[in-house]
Design a protein around this ligand. Sequence first.
Ligand code: NDP
Length: 314
Amino acid sequence: MSIEKIKTLIIGSGPAGYTAAIYASRADLRPVVYTGMEPGGQLTTTTEVDNFPGYPNGIDGPQMMNELKQQAERFGTDVRIGEATKVNFTKESEGYHEITINNEKIIHAKTVIISTGASAKYLGLESEQRLIGGGVSACAVCDGFFYKNQEVAIVGGGDTAAEEATYLSNICSKVTMLVRKDHMRASKAMQHRVNSRENIELKYNSEVKEVLGENVVEGLKIINNKTNEIEEISITGFFVAIGHKPNTDIFKGQLEMDETGYILTEGKSTKTNYPGVFASGDVQDKEYRQAVTAAGTGCMAALDAERYLATIGH
Ligand code: NDP
């Protein structure tokens, strides 16, 4: 296998990865970005992005990611299609972190910025998967606006579902919240907010059997898992808020993570438990998960990498 030695490797190509690349390339770290299997990240599955500062008329998600890529390339970032399949980090400041790409190429990098993001969990129904982009969304803050004054439903009983149901209730005429157990997992404060909204209807013991509609969402078929009663409701938007999975499987056993697999970073920095290895974006943030916050931590990771290289004399 050929080995390539570089200063900075960035794994992942969402807003965090590309922003890290813009800063790292301007600092002359000559970064290499490996895009991962979903070049551009989660935003490429969104249509309009209306909440990223600097785009007064909104921007198409894939277009925004392409522009971020071009901005990174303008300063010399080497963007490559490929996936990190194995990592072997080192604690030696003289050593190199070893990353295998596509099981066939080895990179030795002095610094590594991990921006592999997180993936929204879906129920896994065929009808749900078919209608992603046609009324099924995993991000109320991104897509809620398209359902202004319309009736929508949201599935999930955690803090995200409760927060997003409350968010949607400000925009939509009615929100049906479907919780599979007879209680919510969300904090009491969040539950209180949901209960205080007149236009949120809570349905406990409720599971989605099918999302109805050919090309766009028209309704839901719901089953009550206590009574087995089946019901159909009319909606135009269906939001899935059953959690996210950080893309950290290949780092397990090396990087410190919380119990759900999010990478832990030191204080306000992007430092992981390995010197020279930094984490930015959704892979280390389960709370905010916005493009703009991911971009902000991408910038921090590049600055942290630059400072680290300076301290070890590179
Ligand atoms: P959680 O894992 O906390 O909750 C997931 C919810 O989805 C649970 O109610 C779960 O049900 C339900 N669920 C899972 N799979 C299915 C399924 N197949 N069908 C139906 N329902 C399903 O994820 P969250 O994204 O809500 O939160 C993640 C973390 O982020 C938590 O620690 C949370 O506290 C935190 N957070 C904090 C916020 C804040 O403080 N402002 C805002 C948002 C998140 P069940 O309970 O039955 O397992």
